[in-house]
Design a protein around this ligand. Structure first.
Ligand SMILES: [Zn+2]
Ligand SMILES: [Zn+2]
Length: 214
């Protein structure tokens, strides 16, 4: 029975453990929902949808850093030990600690790095707040980009920046918990319909590009 690799956080925000290598030597990962993923943490149905969209529209851009051109190894059946699931912490901040994520303190608050892509770094504070490398939430970054930094960010502990904070919210990703919680709240009638774009934890606001892709 092949042993699963150690848990890693993939660019889609899903935690994966390597289960195999495909015929082009790319690793194949198994996510926490026992689905297979490419090295970027994307599942076969998502990849197939993108590949077909790209065939019909050459200008199609994926909402992901994934550049896989096939689903090799993602449709295979692998034998593995189901009992070997890691007991990963539920808090995102603690999970990142368990995964050995980079940590630093900005101002007076520690933060751990969750994702690092060419255009965006995603960090997490102990309370689960998602921030940029400078400790700013997406709401703050958006206001800075809109140019009202001089009027509203007089506090010296806030670093002015122009970061892009792209937060993938795929099903089963570590960042999907907030939207799951919102769905539960909505189902319970605890949240009015027009409040869907209300601030998530730490002021991160769901925007276009955050669509959840299975
Ligand atoms: Zn990929
Ligand atoms: Zn920043």
């Amino acid at each position: 029975m092949p042993q699963l690799g150690p848990p890693v956080l993939l660019p889609s925000g899903r935690v994966g453990r390597q289960i195999a290598q495909n015929r082009s030597d790319k690793p194949v990962y198994l996510d926490v929902e026992h689905k297979l993923m490419c090295p970027h943490g994307e599942r076969a149905p998502t990849l197939m949808a993108w590949l077909s969209a790209e065939r019909t529209d050459p200008n199609y851009t994926r909402p992901s850093g994934c550049d896989c051109t096939n689903i090799d190894g993602l449709m295979s059946e692998y034998a593995y030990d189901h009992t070997d699931d890691p007991n990963l912490p539920l808090s995102l901040y603690k999970l990142l600690g368990a995964l050995g994520a980079e940590q630093k303190t900005v101002g007076s608050r520690p933060q751990r790095k969750a994702l690092d892509s060419a255009e965006s770094e995603v960090w997490v504070q102990p309370a689960g707040t998602i921030v940029c490398a400078h400790g700013n939430t997406r709401k703050m970054v958006a206001r800075m980009v809109n140019g009202d930094a001089s009027t509203r960010f007089r506090c010296k502990s806030i670093q002015y920046c122009q970061c892009k904070l792209y937060i993938p919210r795929r099903n089963g990703s570590v960042f999907a918990t907030t939207s799951k919680r919102r769905r539960v709240l909505r189902a319970k009638g605890g949240m009015a319909h027009g409040q869907e774009t209300k601030a998530l934890s730490g002021g991160a606001v769901a925007q276009v590009g955050d669509e959840v892709v299975v």
